[in-house]
Ligand binder design. Structure first.
Ligand code: SAH
Ligand code: MG
Length: 225
């Protein structure tokens, strides 16, 4: 569908990529290898990649989790911002896609691990491995219907001050937030409303690309009485 694709919106987005988009060799290589491998072109754009790196760096992240790897393009931007010794675990349901991502991310194998499996199955395993309050950054970008489920499993893993970023909180190529009957729209709407109302989270969302949400876990002292 036509997601706000006016000429001015297109120009604006192209401008953001041109001026603010990451264009490191590493990012370009992953983009090209993903295209050659035939992955669908639904990775975050270069300007959002740059934003992910910035946010991860701002939070001095030791442990990060990504839900939805695809070819590893967003993973590359997350791991680029990790503190020295920091680690990213990225979850991908499709085995072939995960294999491509693992290959694309091979130069950074000391910092990133791709976990193959459905996120709702993998996350409980990761919770045991990492322990509570051990993760400072989370990026959600997999099955939109499951966003609330991802959040419920990830919330105990998030450290105080930890940041959760969710992509596509306003739409994808298939639906937009005004398509009231679309199942993905309904799933994302449920997630948006639940996290916005969560007293333990500070939450904001913006119209960037297909909608980005930012949620930070409050420290105990920051909680409302
Ligand atoms: N974050 C990537 C794009 C992810 S596209 C980037 O910006 O570069 C969404 C990915 O999530 C697809 O590769 C899809 O196979 C995967 N996915 C879909 N449902 C999933 C699930 N339940 N668990 C884990 N991954 C899933
Ligand atoms: Mg996305």
């Amino acid at each position: 569908m036509d997601t706000m694709e006016t000429a001015r919106w297109r120009f604006t987005n192209d401008y953001l990529v041109e001026v603010f988009g990451s264009d490191s060799k590493g990012a370009l290589a992953i983009e090209e290898q993903s295209r050659k491998a035939g992955l669908s072109p639904i990775a975050v754009t270069a300007d959002i990649g740059q934003l992910l790196t910035l946010l991860v760096r701002m939070n001095d992240v030791q442990n990060a989790i990504e839900v939805g790897t695809l070819g590893g393009y967003s993973a590359f931007h997350i791991l680029s911002g990790l503190r020295p010794g920091g680690k990213l675990i990225s979850i991908e349901k499709d085995a072939n896609t995960a294999a491509i991502a693992t290959q694309n991310l091979a130069p950074y194998a000391d910092r990133v691990r791709v976990e193959v499996g459905a996120a709702l199955d993998v996350l409980p395993r990761l919770a045991k491995e990492l322990g509570p309050a051990s993760v400072q950054f989370v990026f959600l970008d997999a099955d939109k219907v499951e966003y609330t489920g991802y959040f419920e499993l990830l919330k105990p893993l998030l450290a105080e001050g930890g940041l959760l970023v969710a992509d596509n909180v306003l739409g994808t190529r298939q639906w937009w937030i005004d398509d009231l009957e679309h199942p993905s729209r309904q799933g994302v709407d449920r997630f948006n409303r639940a996290i916005a109302a969560d007293p333990e989270m500070d939450v904001a969302a913006v119209v960037a690309r297909q909608g980005l949400l930012f949620a930070r876990k409050r420290r105990a002292a920051e909680r409302k009485p």
